[in-house]
Write a protein that binds this ligand. Structure first.
Ligand SMILES: Nc1ncnc2c1ncn2[C@@H]1O[C@H](COP(=O)(O)OP(=O)(O)OP(=O)(O)O)[C@@H](O)[C@H]1O
Ligand SMILES: [Mg+2]
Length: 365
């Protein structure tokens, strides 16, 4: 990104990594600290190609994060250390991401007569849009376009400084080096751009449905023209099973995931209603996007995140939104040793791997 206004030691916030790779090669780690688990991927870059080196997931206790902020750092560090000690990582350089209410994203259109002053102007203008004390925030922006008459389109990103610090803190306390803090939205964008051709005249919606959040970004001609982050996710469905069937949260989660005996019909019925609610929320966001006329109409929808694996969910989203739905494949452009990672295995981890892959790719972009 173009500019960063940050505190000491946070100079690489939201920025592209420079210096991780020298001479176009090396490894980088994409790390997603989610509400339910930590996902880690290591990719090896050689020129313009990528190879999968390591992959791992570790569950987090339910109280480790709240509203996608780290509230139990010790639990996160312990889990992350357990994960890294089980993998043979070549690099320590980590690109991670935030999502949720601690992060704000806003598109601004400004008249910028002198491009050299864009950063100053954007941060000055930010005062009008972000209702927090700016000394508590870390901000960055990216210029999206600039017309001949100096009208400049920028994307402003701000995050709570305490939240950025806590994510960087758990990474360094685990023996890794936090290099970049990014956003789940941009990781989705990266995965799409690395694996799919551009579709002029048609936008795509990329949606990650996690445990406590659904993050949507609409890409129009390669530009993230719309983002939406809601609190609905897999835990909403689990809580509904718990409430309606009177189970503990743990048992409700096991019922949802099925296992050898499959998912009981009563649970499938609850999941169907939950899926319809999720799809309705997605449709409302797409309608809002269409009404705002900021980009081309949305064609296909691409899904990721653990909750996107709920049986039948893609079909429900397709029915409710009227758009074709498929899973986002993060591995199309990444080579993998079949002896270590079979095609079936890669397919089974795809939904969880999207955000980490997008982060590791960002390290080399
Ligand atoms: N096969 C599956 N079927 C249904 N739900 C699943 C399946 N696998 C995982 N989930 C659900 O997906 C959720 C976890 O997804 P994910 O790991 O993407 O979330 P997270 O990154 O931890 O959370 P967030 O991004 O919201 O902070 C959990 O609610 C889990 O129950
Ligand atoms: Mg997640």
């Amino acid at each position: 990104m173009a500019g960063t206004k940050s505190g000491q030691g946070l100079g690489s916030l939201f920025s592209k990594l420079s210096g991780i790779f020298s001479g176009g090669g090396g490894s980088a780690i994409g790390l997603s600290i989610g509400s339910s688990s930590i996902k880690l991927i290591e990719l090896q870059r050689s020129g313009k190609s990528w190879r999968l080196e390591s992959w791992g997931v570790v569950q987090l206790p339910d109280d480790a994060l709240a509203h996608r902020e780290i509230v139990n750092s010790i639990a996160v560090v312990d889990s992350l250390k357990a994960l890294t000690s089980s993998l043979k990582l070549k690099s320590k350089n980590v690109c991670t991401a935030l999502s949720g209410p601690s992060m704000m994203i806003k598109r601004l259109q400004l008249e910028v007569p002198n491009p050299k002053e864009i950063q100053e102007q954007v941060f000055w203008e930010a005062e009008n849009y972000i209702p927090f004390d700016h000394s508590d925030l870390v901000m960055d922006f990216e210029m999206l376009s600039r017309s001949k008459d100096s009208l400049t389109d920028v994307m402003l990103v701000a995050a709570k400084r305490t939240v950025v610090d806590s994510f960087m803190g758990v990474i360094s306390d685990s023996g890794l080096q936090p290099k970049v803090v990014d956003a789940d939205f941009f990781a989705l964008q990266n995965v799409y751009e690395a694996n799919y051709p551009s579709t002029p005249g048609e936008s795509v919606a990329l949606i990650d449905i996690g445990a406590t959040g659904t993050k949507m970004v609409v890409l129009s001609d390669g530009i993230p023209v719309f983002t939406k982050d809601s609190a609905m996710g897999g835990r909403t469905l689990t809580s509904e099973i718990q409430r309606q069937m009177g189970h503990s949260l743990e048992d409700a989660e096991s019922l949802k995931l099925g296992g050898a005996g499959g998912i009981p019909q009563e649970v499938l019925d609850i999941l169907r209603v939950g899926s319809e609610n999720l799809a309705t929320e997605i449709k409302a966001a797409l309608n809002y996007y269409s009404a705002s006329s900021v980009g081309a109409p949305v064609g296909p929808i691409y899904l990721s995140g653990g909750c996107s694996l709920v049986p039948g969910l893609p079909q429900v989203i397709e029915e409710v939104t009227g758009r074709p739905v498929q899973y986002l494949n993060p591995f199309g452009a990444i080579a993998a040793d079949p002896a270590q990672f079979s095609e079936d295995y890669l397919r089974s981890i795809s939904a969880l791997a999207v955000i980490p892959v997008g982060l590791a790719l960002r390290a080399g972009s």
